[in-house]
Ligand binder design. Structure first.
Ligand code: SAM
Length: 264
């Protein structure tokens, strides 16, 4: 059977042993773990994950890959260490497959749904404890704010966990080679902070959307679309923040305090 890559499904198969090792070692995968893999493809990551002794629950949309893996990883399926699910991961009821146990996500994800994957797993009711992902390098750099500039993306991830840049994976290490380089990131210590009420979450995202609406404008100017300038100036003064600061220069911890004060 031909297993040519389907561009529409974001299929770029991983060839780097170093990256595979990093994706197992950085989230510290052991035989005690339940791992959810998104898009196992031909199993480049699935097999090494299984070799650690971990249980793997893998969601794959492409039926050809399911058929291929059923044959090539049959022994793991037989002993119920590997559960293959032919389904869109974004539609999956994860708690059903993991029996409500804590789980980690490890995946070389299809890039066209990066944001949706992050949102679904991080803000969902049934969060993983960590996510080790291979994403576009530029996205990885934005998530960890490598240049010191925050974005809605970096702040949204930090709301739920601690992101770390693990390593670059050059485009040659994929087949076929994508047009951009990639990088491994680890989002660790994912949990719902006690302050994360539904109201807090809603306001946090509303404030982010408003504050980052126009990149060149100052945060307060942008925030005026949400409420009076005076309200924001008072909050900024209380937090010893300069009124001229841009949203990208306000660190995560201060954003939490801004939202907190806005809700008071
Ligand atoms: N894990 C393999 C590897 O590293 O070589 C394949 C990675 S490839 C970048 C992404 C995989 O995700 C493909 O096998 C693709 O068919 C699958 N995929 C795409 N969209 C998906 C979805 N919504 N749910 C589950 N799998 C999906």
């Amino acid at each position: 059977m031909s297993l040519s890559a389907k561009k529409s499904l974001g299929q770029n198969f991983l060839k780097s042993r170093k990256a595979i090792r990093a994706m197992i070692e950085s989230p510290n995968i052991t035989s005690d773990d339940v791992v959810v893999e998104i898009g196992p493809g031909k199993g480049a990551l699935t097999k090494p994950l299984l070799e650690t002794g971990a249980t793997v629950i893998a969601f794959e949309l492409d039926e050809r890959m399911i058929v291929y893996l059923r044959e090539h990883l049959a022994e793991y399926i037989q002993r119920e260490q590997l559960v293959l699910i032919h389904q869109d991961v974004l539609q999956a009821d994860l708690s059903r497959y993991t029996n409500g146990k804590p789980y980690k996500v490890v995946a070389n994800i299809p890039y066209y749904i990066t944001n949706l994957i992050l949102r679904t797993f991080l803000s969902g009711r049934y969060q993983p404890t960590s996510m080790c992902l291979l994403v576009q390098k530029e996205v990885a750099e934005r998530i960890v704010a490598r240049d010191g500039k925050e974005s809605i993306l970096s702040l949204s991830v930090k709301l739920y966990g601690i992101p770390t840049y693990i390593m670059k994976v050059a485009r040659e290490y994929f087949s076929p080679s994508p047009r951009v380089d990639s990088a491994v990131i680890l989002i660790d210590k994912i949990h719902r902070h006690p302050y994360l009420t539904t109201e807090f979450e809603e306001q946090f995202f509303a404030i982010m959307k408003s504050a980052f609406a126009h990149k060149r404008k100052r945060a307060i100017k942008n925030l005026q679309s949400m409420n009076d300038r005076k309200i924001w100036e008072d909050i900024f003064t209380e937090l010893a923040l300069n009124n001229d600061v841009r949203a990208e220069d306000i660190p995560f911890n201060l954003w939490i305090q801004i939202v907190d004060k806005y809700l008071e």
